[in-house]
Design a protein around this ligand. Structure first.
Ligand SMILES: [Zn+2]
Length: 188
């Protein structure tokens, strides 16, 4: 059985030590690169999240990062670049999911994130050297598929609102069928 955590990244080191043998992957939210945003909007702090990302990655757990982009709150070029650089410095193979916000619950006064914002963040992620970028919560086939970092061919085709239609062109080992580059990830 494969076990995946979708998490805010607020696990202690001790918790990660106990979980690591049973976890195949973690999708960790980096909700902002501002400690003020974390305190005011999330009731949390930024530093423990960044430390948990580093610690889990260093323990060998497969990590993916998600950032929910909210207009006017955490979507400046500077902030997006800070998150991208943090991930790239840790490991440029870590996938980064850029999700669209839509108004609900206690934040009804902020509009839905436009697709241009997600594409802008995608480009900033590319400039930072990240190999795997994905937009989310929006149907955008070109930006939710996986491309080979070496030959740039599309190797996993995704479309539909949450990428529910998937065509995987990789071989069993997770290698690109065009140039044999091994796409980083958990394939078996
Ligand atoms: Zn390739």
């Amino acid at each position: 059985m494969k076990n995946i955590y979708v998490t805010s990244g607020y696990e202690t080191r001790k918790a990660l030590d106990l979980l690591a043998p049973y976890l195949d992957g973690m999708n960790i939210d980096i909700k902002s690169f501002s400690d003020t945003f974390y305190q005011e909007t999330c009731g949390a702090r930024l530093k423990p999240v960044l430390e948990a990302v580093q610690y889990a990655h260093n323990k060998g757990i497969w990590i993916e990062i998600t950032t929910l982009l909210i207009s006017g709150k955490n979507d400046s070029d500077e902030e997006i670049r800070s998150i991208a650089n943090f991930i790239a410095e840790l490991d440029s193979s870590i996938p980064w999911h850029l999700s669209a916000f839509h108004p609900m619950y206690k934040m009804l006064d902020v509009p839905r994130t436009p697709s241009q914002t997600l594409r802008r963040a995608y480009k900033i992620g590319q400039e930072a050297g990240l190999k795997y970028l994905y937009v989310g919560n929006i149907d955008d086939e070109d930006y939710e598929s996986t491309y080979c970092p070496q030959c740039r061919n599309k190797v996993i085709d995704r479309h539909g609102h949450v990428g529910q239609f998937v065509t995987n062109h990789l071989n069993k080992e997770g290698a690109c069928p065009y140039c044999s580059y091994r796409i980083e990830g958990v394939w078996r």
